[in-house]
Ligand binder design. Structure first.
Ligand code: CUA
Length: 152
C-alpha cells in the first residue's frame, strides 16, 4: 500500500507540472504567469505605496510593473506604453464599484473589485496597439470606460 501512495504522489506531481505548463501558455505572445491578488482599502488608495503613484515602472531587465486605478468611468492612467519583448505585471484596483480591466486581443481580462488588488503578468512580444475595456457593467458611463495600451 505504501507503493501505491508513492505512485499516487508521483502521478499527482506529474499532473501538477503539466497543468502548470499548460496554464503558462495561453496564447501567441501572451504568457499568463500569475493571477494573484491582495487587499487594499479604497479610501487609502492615494496614500498606498503602490497605488498612490499609478503608471508604468521599469523594474529591471525586460520587466515592467503597471499600476492602474479603475474608477467610474475611466482608468488612471488611460494610456499605457511598454516596449516589445517586455514582461508586464499589472496591478489594478477600483476606487468605487466593480469594473474589469480587459486588454482586447490578449488574455488579460480580470475583474477589478474595490478593496482587492488584481495582479497578472503578461509578455508582449510584438509591437501593437491594444484597446483596454471594462467588461463589467458599472453604470451609465460603462460603455465609455476605455484606455489604450501601446507596445512599441
Ligand atoms: Cu467600469 Cu464598466
Amino acid at each position: 500500500t505504501y507503493e501505491k501512495i508513492w505512485l499516487g504522489a508521483a502521478m499527482a506531481l506529474i499532473v501538477g507540472f503539466i497543468a502548470t505548463i499548460t496554464y503558462g501558455a495561453v496564447g501567441p505572445g501572451i504568457a499568463m504567469v500569475d493571477d494573484d491578488g491582495g487587499s487594499i482599502d479604497p479610501g487609502e488608495i492615494s496614500d498606498h505605496e503602490r497605488f498612490g503613484d499609478t503608471g508604468v515602472e521599469h523594474v529591471g531587465g525586460n520587466e515592467y510593473e503597471v499600476t492602474v486605478v479603475a474608477q467610474a468611468w475611466s482608468y488612471s492612467p488611460s494610456e499605457i506604453e511598454v516596449p516589445a519583448g517586455s514582461e508586464v505585471t499589472f496591478y489594478v484596483t477600483s476606487r468605487d464599484v466593480t469594473h474589469s480591466f480587459s486588454v482586447v486581443g490578449t488574455n488579460v481580462n480580470t475583474m477589478v473589485v474595490p478593496g482587492q488588488i488584481s495582479e497578472m503578468t503578461v509578455e508582449f512580444d510584438e509591437p501593437g496597439e491594444y484597446g483596454i475595456l471594462c467588461n463589467e457593467y458599472c453604470g451609465e458611463g460603462h460603455h465609455t470606460m476605455e484606455g489604450k495600451l501601446t507596445v512599441v
